[in-house]
Every structure is written in C-alpha cells, then in structure tokens.
Design a protein around this ligand. Structure first.
Ligand code: ADP
Length: 171
C-alpha cells in the first residue's frame, strides 16, 4: 500500500511552541511527516533559511527521540512552489495550523490556489492548541526586540538564537 506522506510547510521564523504542537500532532496522522521550511523572501525573514532549518531540526530530533513509534519526522527546506515540492516528495496532503479567525482567510485562499495547481493534493488543518492559539513568530520577534522573556513561546535554543541574532543586528 502507498505511504501517506504529509507536508507541513511554513516560514518558521522562528519555530514556536505553536508549530511544535502541530508537528507532534501531525506526526500521528500519516506514515511520514515532512516539515518543509520555506525560503519565503516575501516575508523578509529575520533568520536565514539555513538557520531556520537548523532550529527546526534540533527540535524535531527531540520529538523523534520521544516518539519511538512510526517513521521519524523529516525536515527539509525548499524554495519555489509548494505544490511542486510536495509532488517531488510524493506527498498526498499539506498540513497547516489554524489560529482563530485571523488565519482563516489567508489559509482558505492558499488551500484553494494549491488545490487548483494540484488537484490531488488536499490541505488539512489542525486547530491551534488552546495554550498556543495566540502564539505567532511575528509577536515573539517583537517581544524579543524589546528584551522581553520569550521562553514560554519558544524552546530554549530558539530563545538563545533570537537573543544572539538581535545582538548581532544591533552591534
Ligand atoms: P507561513 O509564513 O507559511 O504562514 P508560519 O511559520 O507563520 O509560516 O506558519 C506555518 C504554519 O503554522 C501556518 O499554517 C500557521 O497558521 C501555523 N501556525 C503558526 N503558529 C501557530 C500556532 N501558534 N498554533 C498553531 N498553528 C500555528
């Protein structure tokens, strides 16, 4: 039987506990979950694609260690069209997280466009966990810029990377 490969794409600038929650739950939904870190120059990310991918890989290694059953979650980076990357990876569906109403319109449009580009690729959504529904990379960066404590929103190594990145920027 063919494997059910799911792609969870995002900018992950940087990875938050909200993303981690979706990764952990998404990993239970198919045979293989690929976290796909998008170049996304349009969003002018703070971290380079290499840095973002490394931060996701470090957390996914921890998730894989904790979750011994099934196939490990993979982390890959991509540029270009998500539907092309998904096809190339043999994915059958795209996974996205939904926070309250703010995400809905954008996610609805993107899912519709991807469906038109690649009719067999379904987008599925997981609702943000109750404790994470307000967590967004954008706000985490804003809090960090003003020296606020971000450790309840992101893992320790992401908090450290944020501190370092902002210190280097201001140097
Ligand atoms: P993108 O630039 O592709 O929207 P993000 O890194 O901002 O990338 O988000 C990737 C995916 O994770 C999106 O589907 C987004 O809605 C979801 N997501 C982000 N933060 C959370 C959160 N706190 N809870 C659940 N899903 C989230």
């Amino acid at each position: 039987m063919s494997q059910k490969v799911i792609i969870y794409p995002g900018t992950f600038d940087p990875l938050t506990y909200g993303h981690i929650d979706i990764i952990e739950r998404g990993a239970q939904l198919g045979d293989q979950l690929i976290v796909a870190v998008s170049l996304n120059l349009g969003k002018q990310p703070l971290f380079s694609i290499e840095e973002r991918t490394e931060l996701v890989k470090a957390e996914v290694a921890r998730i894989n260690d904790a979750n011994k059953r099934g196939l490990p979650v993979l982390v890959k980076s991509f540029s270009g069209l998500l539907t092309d990357f998904a096809t190339q990876q043999g994915a059958t569906s795209i996974l996205r997280g939904l926070r309250a109403v703010a995400d809905f319109e954008y996610e609805f449009q993107m899912a519709s466009i991807n469906k038109r580009l690649h009719g067999e690729l379904e987008t599925m959504f997981l609702m943000a966990a109750e404790q994470q529904h307000f967590v967004a990379s954008r706000f985490v960066k804003e809090v960090a810029v003003f020296g606020g404590d971000v450790t309840s929103f992101v893992p320790d190594n992401v908090a450290k990377a944020l501190k370092q990145k902002l210190a280097n920027k201001n140097a």
